[in-house]
Write a protein that binds this ligand. Sequence first.
Ligand code: ATP
Length: 757
Amino acid sequence: MYLKSIELSGFKSFAKKSELKFTSKVSAIVGPNGSGKSNIAEAFRFVLGEQSIKSLRGKKGEDLIFNGAGDLPRANRASVKVIFDNSSKFLPLDYEIVTIERVVHRDSVNEYLINGSQVRLRDVVELLASAHIGSSGHHIISQGEADRILNSSIKERKAMIEDALGLKMYQYKKQESERKLEKTRENIKQVESLRREIMPHIKFLKKQVEKVEKTVEMKDELLKEALEYLRREDEYINRGESKVKSLKSPLLEKEKELEKELNTTKSILENAKNKDEKSDKLISLEESLHKIRDEKDNLFRDFGRLDGEISSLVKLVKKQEEVAQSYEHKTVTLVSVESLSIAIETRIKEAKSKGNLEAMLEALEEISHRLSDFIDHNKDKVDMSLLSDAQKDIENLKKSKKQIEKSLEEIKERENKLTDEYSKLKNIIEKEKDKNRDAEKAVFRIMAESGEIRSKIHDLSLESENLRLLKEDFKRELIELGHLVGTHVLQFQSPQGSPLGNLKEDESRAKQEERRRKIEKIKIRLEDSGGIGEADVMKEYTEASERDTFLGKELLDLEKSATSLTELIANLDMRLSTEFKTGVEKINTQFKEYFSLMFGGGEAKLSVTVPIKRKKKDTDLDLGDEDMEEGLALSEVEGEEGIDIEVNLPKKKVKGLMMLSGGERALTSIALLFAISQVNPPPFIILDETDAALDEANSKKYADMVENLSGKSQLIVITHNRETMSRAGILYGVTMGLGGGSKLLSVAFEEALAVAK
Ligand code: ATP
């Protein structure tokens, strides 16, 4: 048993909350006319999602709300809650108990709740469809609608049967798939048009990107060249600076030294000015020496003369002595001696006047000869007095000689002293002369060296200035390159970061210059390419192409899903068609049986038919629920299948439905309804006075079928029929209370009979 109970609150005549529990397979609701029985059947339709107010006997939603009666005020809302035992999981929800509730407010707003949670109508409809409780309401036969199925159009009939066969789910799925397919196709169109729209932009961006890529390439090239260039330049400048520094400092040192040396040398030359004093002294020494030498010469001369005189006197003495021995007394005339003496004196004077030793010696020689001649001439005459005089003279002369010798000694000593002094002074003067000459030379050398050093220092200063200019250029270039290629350019400083390897020192500057020119060329090319916002273009292009790729993918997905939806629809169509056909066949078997049971023979069958062109607008959809309109709007479409009913009453020539009596229509209808319910039993069936038109014999048959049917579906029968009532396990009496509004009471069979009247 699936149906546990139903609660009505403010619904139609049920002002107060009223609950009917369905604990039996067959429950009967009895009561007098107008007590509100049919309202209960309608409460079922209502809660199960009925959208046709007309079929709920109203004009608008408000008509479903208790409108006040007697003492009871009108309600603001009508609610109906149906409670299912879902332990068999006939409803695909993981709950033992499932409650479905619908509320309608006076402003016609509807609320749907499953297990207390607000849901859409669609959710309720789909949930019920899965348990063959379709919206067509084939399992709820309202009062006076026993022959509804017969009155319906072939299209409605088909829907009813599909519903009963549990094909509604497939239809929903199909409709859903068709909607999805349509939407997918729309989406495909949209995506295609979007792609078409963005294509020119992408093309434009692509061109921009190509430009940017070229710029990036140029920048890469520039960076590569710049790194090499900057590293080398930096290296060159640093190397140059340290070279200048290392060369300059010894030069400056040397310059200082030279200056010092020059000062020393200059002071030497300054001192040289005092040399005249020494020269004067040397001259005076020279003069003294000269005098002494003259003196010495004179003494020598005197000495020589004395020596000569002595020796001639000695010889004379000797001769006289010899003569004396032989010519001891040889006498010479005085005149002869005097003349000799005069001759000698004259000779001496002559020699003396010549003033030199040689003349002196010559004179002495001559004198010696004369004396010898004189002696030889007077040999035989020796004068003794003369001899002694001579000896005395010798003695005197010797004394004089000694004196002269002494003087000579002294004079020699003095000469030596002077000579010594002279040579010393001369030596000093010579030395000083040498020194000055050296100093003069040194001055020239120093000047030359200083000049050289100064020129070297000047060269180095030029080089230093050159390096300073290079450094300034370097800084400017670095900033410029930084602007163009960013901070990567600073990598030139990191030795690890350099992809260039070790720099070779011996590279010529020409190569570096070549590099610089290359960099300049790239810069110009870069400037020519114009400063497109790289990042922006790339970003925009990436975004646009990603969007295009995304759209492309989406298009593929959409096409795939369109294909699979088409396949699904085809499958569903096939399934619907086959299951419908087999379902109809099964129903026919049952229909035939029930029909012949009801009519004691005859034949009846359903046939699938293609209707003639007919259009009918369903004006019943006045609750305005969009979900419902979307999913269930039923309007006949040209050439769609429908269900026709053929009947053949026993012993009558009646073949068309139109020709049946009211009872016959009711019986045929019931037979069909029961047949359908046999094939695919719904959890419950509600029959509102379906038995009204039956006579006693048929009432019995009807009651038997109800009993029979209750084996598969729970039955709720609203009836005045005793026979029907007798098959019910539970009986509810409905009365209209004095204060207004329907009242419910559980009654026994006997009471029921009374209540029913
Ligand atoms: P019968 O046996 O004649 O078919 P019934 O028991 O089926 O009668 P219903 O048709 O269910 O009776 O009830 C109709 C009663 O409900 C009427 O008296 C009507 O006034 C009352 N009713 C219908 N709608 C409302 C409403 N909105 N507010 C109050 N009462 C209402």
